[in-house]
Ligand binder design. Structure first.
Ligand code: HPA
Length: 234
């Protein structure tokens, strides 16, 4: 047990899928894993361990935003020995050629957070994905004929942006989409020498203001879970 995770030693798999929403963790575990067992309920942040095609997997919520993800990912890596961590989440599209339900695989993640400022000082650290997971996820997405975009994303500290000029510059520099977690996941993976990737489904569009209706979110989320599982065990 750690401060925030109630699982016993050995109850967390080396491969962990990380949705922001704990109820998505429950749904994904019940839908895609065999013999899924709930291993964490502390603060309602649900985590499940089961198997997928015979491989042990944990699906654990992170909450929203980098400070919350950072707590769980630190404990999953340092206390439970997680080695492959894949975020499965939603994002807002920032480019015209990207549509609702498309998949974005984050090669790198831009950020404004100061969480790691004391470490990097004047350097602008560039958090990036694990190459083996990235290429395997692209292959899995293409095999499923899921429309996929690979590139830089923005891990924002705010959902409700008050910085239209910064958003416009990020769009001009071909940032594909915005979410709130991946830059910290990639930074921790680099620090502890483990593999990380973020596979994201576009749930809303910053330019067209379209949004995925809630009854269609589950189906689109399912594609992303399968892409992440195939990438993890390819
Ligand atoms: N902004 C930030 N995070 C998000 C968004 C968004 O538009 N959509 C899904 N996660």
């Amino acid at each position: 047990m750690t401060v925030h995770i109630g699982a016993k030693p050995g109850e967390i798999a080396e491969t962990v899928l990380l949705p922001g929403d704990p109820y998505r963790a429950k749904w994904a575990a019940e839908t895609f894993l065999d013999d899924a067992v709930c291993v964490n309920e502390v603060r309602g942040m649900l985590g499940y361990t089961g198997t997928w095609r015979g491989n042990r997997v944990t699906i654990h919520g992170t909450g929203m935003g980098m400070p919350s993800l950072s707590i769980y990912v630190n404990e999953l890596i340092q206390d439970y020995g997680a080695k492959t961590l894949i975020r499965i989440g939603s994002c807002g599209a920032m480019q015209e050629n990207i549509n609702i339900r498309d998949v974005i695989i984050a090669m790198s993640a831009t950020y404004t957070t100061n969480m790691n400022k004391p470490l990097f000082r004047d350097a602008s650290f560039a958090p990036c994905a694990d190459w083996s997971l990235l290429t395997a996820a692209v292959e899995a997405a293409e095999k499923r004929k899921a429309p996929v975009h690979v590139g830089n994303i923005f891990s924002s500290d705010v959902f409700y942006s008050e910085s239209p000029e910064m958003d416009a510059e990020l769009e001009r520099h071909n940032v594909l989409g915005v979410e709130m977690e991946s830059a910290e996941l990639y930074t921790l993976a680099a620090r502890y020498d483990v593999r990380a990737l973020a596979v994201l489904t576009v749930s809303d569009h910053l330019k067209t203001h379209e949004a995925l209706p809630s009854d269609q979110r589950e189906r689109s989320f399912g594609d992303m879970v399968e892409i992440a599982l195939e990438a993890a065990f390819s």
